[in-house]
Design a protein around this ligand. Structure first.
Ligand code: KG4
Ligand code: ZN
Length: 397
């Protein structure tokens, strides 16, 4: 069964074809990072407009990389929640239209749940011709959508690597499965008993861990997106240089990162000799590279250790058959290192390209959903910008 996945919930426009919820046939990701970099974060209106420009060529590219015509596609899966409303509307409108025109079943995908399903992709296409997925799409996209002032000054960029470069796990995770979900908007520990059957063990009470990485990067004057910038700076720094606190919460599986971010701000103020009356956005100019790297390393160390502490406790309490990490922060090498050191089972990590936003995870979850629930009506299909993953219809089947 071949599923076309479509993702446009934030600042990546993506489409992929995945077969039987395990075999990656194509992987196209058109990132807007270069566009939003100048603003230091995602600008929702700009994101929606950029999705409109590239959605059709991205989908066409995914079909042609997979060597598929519409006849070969069995269903469409699209992100409908959560995310930026304008961005979600672009992907869902494209998916609904295509489902109607080509008479395909349509499945609504919860973006955060889909991140977990990146771990179920274990095979890639055998077809050599398809191994060019994720290539620079500039020529095709400009050609297909017509040159616009936007595309002239800010070249399109695909951040996926070549399919052949993806190092995939060799088997799918077993149930019960403990999932540590760590993205820009979510930080959750979930216990999956089966597909669509899961329990929220704990979640952040304030900032998501990716959000903390992004905010701390701003304090330190490191470029957007903050996670990879912090990871890079941290690799040159001393993680023990600054002692930062870990939060304690009533539910041992809950998280809190806003105190850590404030503690880091206070440490930077202390180090530079300024109190809170000094504008915090001017602090970074007073840091030298050694301080910046040490702050990044100290923050990353504690943020990651906090995640691993909770995951280890949940592992000991629930004895899952497998552990997976999901979401953009799952690309972090220090998280992978600490988790592997602390947990007594071998963890098969998804390649970093599948951890950040993409449509392969959407198509993969779509496959498992198609085994259990009826498709949605493309004429009556709403987007939901804010929705807990425990509230999806499929979770209640
Ligand atoms: O899952 P994702 O691509 O988008 C959301 O659904 O939120 O996650 C984006 C988040 C951002 O906060 C980004 O800074 C963080 O993931 N991130 C990382 C790394 N790569 C991306 N954080 C730490 N280390 C990384 N290598
Ligand atoms: Zn995401």
């Amino acid at each position: 069964m071949k599923i076309l996945g479509i993702e446009s919930s934030c600042d990546e426009t993506a489409a992929s074809v995945v077969e039987d919820g395990r075999r990656l046939l194509s992987f196209v990701v058109q990132t807007q990072i270069d566009i939003h970099k100048q603003y230091g974060g995602v600008v929702p209106e700009v994101a929606a407009r950029s999705h409109i420009e590239v959605i059709n060529p991205v989908i066409n590219q995914a079909l042609s990389d997979a060597d598929c015509t519409w006849n070969d596609i069995d269903a469409i899966a699209v992100t409908y929640a959560p995310g930026l409303i304008g961005s979600l509307l672009v992907g869902t409108l494209a998916a609904r239209t295509l489902a109607i025109i080509h008479n395909k079943p349509l499945y609504p995908i919860h973006h955060v749940e889909a991140h977990v399903y990146a771990n179920f992709i274990i095979e890639k296409s055998e077809n050599e011709a398809n191994s060019t997925v994720g290539r620079h799409l500039q020529t095709e996209l400009v050609g297909a959508s017509g040159p616009s002032p936007e595309s002239d000054v800010k070249p399109f960029r695909a951040n996926g690597s070549r399919n052949g470069d993806l190092e995939l796990p060799n088997e799918q995770p077993g149930f019960p499965m403990l999932a540590l979900i760590v993205s820009g908007g979510h930080t959750q520990l979930m216990l999956f008993r089966d597909h669509g059957d899961y329990e929220l063990l704990g979640q952040t009470q304030d900032d998501a861990v990716g959000e903390a990485f992004d905010k701390v990067a701003k304090i330190l004057g490191l470029p957007y997106p903050g996670g990879p910038s912090i990871a890079k700076a941290a690799s040159h720094g001393d993680p023990q240089k600054y002692q930062l606190p870990k939060s304690r919460l009533q539910n041992p599986y809950d998280f809190s990162f806003s105190g850590l971010k404030t503690a880091l701000l206070r440490a930077v103020q202390h180090e530079t000799g300024h109190d809170y009356t000094f504008p915090s956005h001017q602090l970074s100019a007073l840091l030298d590279d050694v301080m910046r790297n040490d702050f990044a390393a100290s923050f990353q160390h504690i943020a990651v250790e906090t995640l691993v502490d909770k995951a280890e406790k949940a592992f000991n309490d629930y004895s899952p058959a497998s552990v997976v990490i999901a979401g953009g922060v799952a690309a972090n090498q220090e998280l992978r290192r600490q988790l592997s050191n602390r947990l007594p089972i071998a963890i098969k990590y998804a390649p970093p390209q599948l951890c950040t936003d993409n449509a392969a995870m959407i198509a993969t979850l779509g496959y498992f959903m198609a085994q259990k629930i009826d498709p949605s009506d493309p004429y009556d299909f709403e987007v939901i910008p804010s929705l807990s993953m425990t509230k999806t219809a499929w979770a209640n089947v």
